[in-house]
Design a protein around this ligand. Structure first.
Ligand code: ADP
Ligand code: MG
Length: 252
């Protein structure tokens, strides 16, 4: 089984250190992990470091896999689009990145499957430049999923989506993780989504890992007070599931 271990990851921009010493033991194939933390905490930097898009300290170990170029895929937060391409072409281009240009029928079938699952098949031949922010985000998700990576890093993949689409996308991601044995890390701001969809959670604050473990044990009243500076309660809903209820922002 494929596992991902992070060993003392750190990164700087110029001389400014923004991430240090992030270590995680053996995230397993099929698991979905939330990366949470305040704005500018270092979540995107951590993803870029894991994907080797920026240099820095530490080691990323992917064991049990023939770590080819498709092993780790990063879906960025800002989905800047190449406006000349159609939706379909852009997903096809993503599928072919790092491989031969010959297109197999199965790849086209797979593109159709993913576009349908994300309910953007009706947009397939529209230009990327003509899409709304949410539609572009779904295309970017399709581009990531078509590559079928061992590790999928998704940076706030639901930030531009309506509630229905958010739930649909998070369900599809966790099903895909289980089905394909993918290791998924998702940066999220909605902590109730973390509680509902992610078995593990890593908290990043000020460039360091403030907590990690199973989600329900990490998202606590104390963590919300100390890291997010909010007054909040973890209650249990009528189905027994934990939910975050926010009462207010704390001031120093
Ligand atoms: N390209 C960059 N050059 C310089 N500083 C950056 C760059 N990207 C991010 N930063 C800084 O690094 C810190 C962490 O940013 P980021 O990882 O994007 O945070 P998050 O994703 O948690 O909001 C912030 O202080 C941000 O301003
Ligand atoms: Mg970010």
């Amino acid at each position: 089984m494929v596992t991902l271990t992070l060993n003392g990851l750190g990164a700087s921009y110029g001389r400014v250190k923004v991430l240090s010493d992030v270590s995680i033991d053996e995230l397993k194939a099929g698991s979905v992990t939330a990366i949470i933390g305040p704005n500018a905490a270092g979540k995107s930097t951590l993803f870029k470091r894991i994907a080797s898009l920026i240099k820095g300290t530490g080691l990323v170990e992917l064991s049990g896999s023939d770590s080819g170029p498709r092993s780790i895929c990063y879906m960025p937060q800002d989905t800047g689009a190449n406006a000349v391409l159609s939706v379909y072409e852009s997903v096809l281009l993503s599928a072919k990145q790092g491989s031969s240009w010959r297109v197999a029928d199965e790849e086209l079938t797979e593109i159709d499957r993913i576009l349908k699952a994300l309910r953007i098949d009706d947009l397939a031949f529209r230009g990327l430049g003509e899409l709304s922010g949410g539609q572009r985000q779904l295309v970017s998700l399709a581009q990531a999923l078509i590559r079928n990576p061992k590790v999928l890093l998704m940076d706030e993949p639901t930030s531009a989506l309506d509630l229905h689409r958010q739930v649909e996308v998070l369900n599809f991601i966790s099903q895909t993780a289980k089905r394909d044995g993918m290791i998924v890390l998702i940066a999220l701001h909605d902590l109730n989504h973390a509680l509902h969809y992610c078995e593990n959670t890593i908290v990043i604050n000020g460039g360091v890992m403030a907590a990690s473990g199973d989600t329900a044990s990490v998202i606590t009243r104390e963590m919300l007070r100390d890291i997010y500076r909010i007054d909040a309660r973890i209650e249990h809903c009528s189905r027994g599931k934990p939910i975050v209820i926010v009462d207010g922002a704390l001031h120093d």
